[in-house]
Design a protein. Structure first.
Lengths: 387, 172
């Protein structure tokens, strides 16, 4: 993408005289703008999807019917298309109410930090072979590191609001996120050990060549389905922890209305609230993307299909197919998250903690053991020690 | 050139936020500037082509230690005060010691030719060789263990500082 943009820049008259560094900066800015727009639009789509699905499941009217004039009927696809737009406009026009007793710098920067942290973690997510903003060697580690900024911003929001409900909600949320981060990381370690890399592209590539069987002269590759079978426990633990990390129901005790009003976001209104809202949805998307990349083969279809595609089709078409496959998987994960959200009641605080430490962590460790075992056997076979 | 600009920006942020940690009258704000400081140090590691170290810096210092620190701060009594937290005489002493230490470190790194020769042996240090040299007895095992003793000393010191001066009454 970077090269293509640079090439385009060389064609346009006022830009082709500039020096390399200035061009680099322009390319960077353009990439960033594209990126931010993509992220915001996908968050809007996600919010619409969530309201749509909740409306389907609980027979709510607005998100099913609000639509441009021609499509007013209870059309399954377009009904409710305007709902998110209306929400966004409403939030934009709302007054930015800042309570008088807040800790102003902390209160304000919390709402900026939460969206920044979320955007930062998106840059290492590849949507296809070499289609990534920054192909970092330690991509997964970076992702986990940056997501810890979200924890701090929630803490800042809880403190800065100068409200006991906010503070309690913030502290609860931080406690929950910290304790669910542990099984989440352990669950991710299984695939990392099997791939021998923290780079997300490397992980996807070793998924696609996993379990290569040879019958005579025929090679047969199973790819990510076999990978998922080996790492299934880790996958389930990751999904549950991901749900808890984004503070979504059934793990939304941080904003349990009956006890904490709205948790750390109680004192935020208008666009500042929208920042937290957007961040939650983008975070959910990121969790889905990571689940897709680490457990579900990313942009690969699986079996022997991918090498065949690369052999017979031009690279652009392969990339396009990969993008569609990736997005399909990621959105299926998102759908799963929404399904869970509208199906389960909220957990109790002590249940939440004991579930995290006594159930999820051991399960993730079992997955780690299985993955290590499989990798060891793999290495022994590959070295030919067993013939 | 871009790297130079980034370096000076990051360094400025590190210095300013570090001063913020020391001089801020609100402990919570001091803790938050400590997070900025850690974050910018991670950026410096990135400029040094050590992304692993940068990610670990963020994960451990920003993600774990700072959060713990903020928790501890939120449980304390006086979070903000009108007077400076440290008396100015003590602060002067601390500042002069810090400057002296900085000069010493700079002198060590720039003036000892042995160190430079030794550093030149490892043009691209990856994490594997780093771990190897920390763990093998001939190289850095002793300094590595000394650092952990230093941590232990700090831990004991923290307990002693936090302890009440008068012995606790034993309930009968």
């Amino acid at each position: 993408v970077h090269q293509a943009l640079k090439y385009l820049l060389d064609l346009i008259p006022p830009f082709n005289n500039l020096s390399g560094i200035v061009q680099d900066v322009i390319v960077m800015v353009v990439l960033l703008i594209i990126f931010v727009i993509f992220v915001s639009v996908s968050a809007l789509v996600l919010i619409w999807l969530e309201r749509k699905i909740s409306a389907r499941m609980q027979n709510r009217v607005g998100p099913m019917v609000a639509a441009p004039w021609g499509w007013r009927s209870r059309n399954m696809w377009t009904g409710g298309l305007l709902q998110t737009g209306a929400d966004a406009i409403k939030l934009l026009f709302k007054e930015d109410i800042i309570p008088s007793q807040v800790d102003l710098p902390v209160y304000k920067s919390a709402s900026y930090l939460v969206i920044t942290a979320t955007m930062l973690s998106l840059i290492v997510i590849p949507i296809g072979q070499d289609l990534v903003v920054s192909n970092m060697n330690v991509g997964l580690l970076y992702l986990l590191a940056v997501s810890s900024l979200t924890v701090i911003s929630i803490m800042m929001a809880g403190w800065g609001s100068n409200n006991k409900y906010s503070l309690l909600g913030g502290l609860r949320s931080v406690a929950q996120m910290i304790s669910y981060e542990v099984p989440m990381i352990v669950a991710l370690m299984g695939p990392v050990i099997m791939a021998g890399s923290l780079n997300l592209q490397d992980i996807v590539n070793s998924e696609s060549t996993f379990l290569r069987l040879t019958f005579g002269s025929h090679h047969f590759m199973v790819g990510w389905p076999a990978w998922l079978v080996v790492n299934f426990l880790g996958f389930v633990v990751y999904l549950i922890c991901g749900n808890a990390e984004t503070n979504r129901p059934p793990f939304d005790l941080v904003e349990g209305e009956s006890e904490l009003v709205a948790g750390f976001s109680t004192e935020y209104s208008g666009m500042r609230f929208a920042m937290f809202y957007l961040a939650e949805f983008i975070n959910m998307f990121i969790i889905s993307c990571v689940a897709t990349l680490v457990f579900l083969g990313g942009w690969k279809i699986g079996f022997n299909i991918d090498p065949l595609l690369i052999q017979h089709l031009p690279l652009v078409v392969v990339d396009l197919i990969g993008f569609v496959v990736f997005m399909t998987k990621a959105y299926l994960m998102v759908l799963l998250f929404m399904w869970v959200r509208w199906s389960f009641p909220r957990l109790r605080a002590d249940h939440l903690m004991s579930f995290g430490w006594k159930v999820l962590l051991p399960t993730a460790l079992v997955n780690l053991v299985i993955a290590t075992f499989v990798t060891t056997i793999w290495v022994i076979f590959a070295s030919g020690a067993l013939g | 050139m871009v790297n130079d600009v980034a370096f000076y920006l990051l360094t400025a942020f590190v210095v300013v936020s570090a001063l913020g940690v020391v001089l801020n009258r609100n402990i919570l704000h001091a803790g938050l500037s400590l997070i900025i400081c850690f974050w910018c140090v991670a950026g410096l590691y990135l400029l040094l082509d050590a992304p692993f170290l940068a990610a670990i810096q963020v994960l451990i210092y920003v993600g774990a230690i700072s959060v713990l620190l903020l928790f501890a701060i939120m449980l304390t009594h006086r979070i903000s005060s009108r007077e400076p937290r440290v008396p100015s005489g003590r602060m002067l002493g601390a500042a002069s010691i810090a400057v002296a230490f900085m000069l010493l470190a700079g002198w060590i790194f720039s003036n000892i030719p042995v160190l430079r020769v030794w550093l030149a042996q490892y043009p691209n240090t990856d994490i594997y060789h780093l771990a190897l040299s920390f763990m093998s007895p001939g190289q850095f095992l002793v300094p590595f263990e000394l650092v952990s003793i230093l941590l232990l000393v700090a831990l004991v010191a923290a307990v002693i500082i936090a302890r009440r001066d008068e012995p606790l009454e034993v309930t009968r």
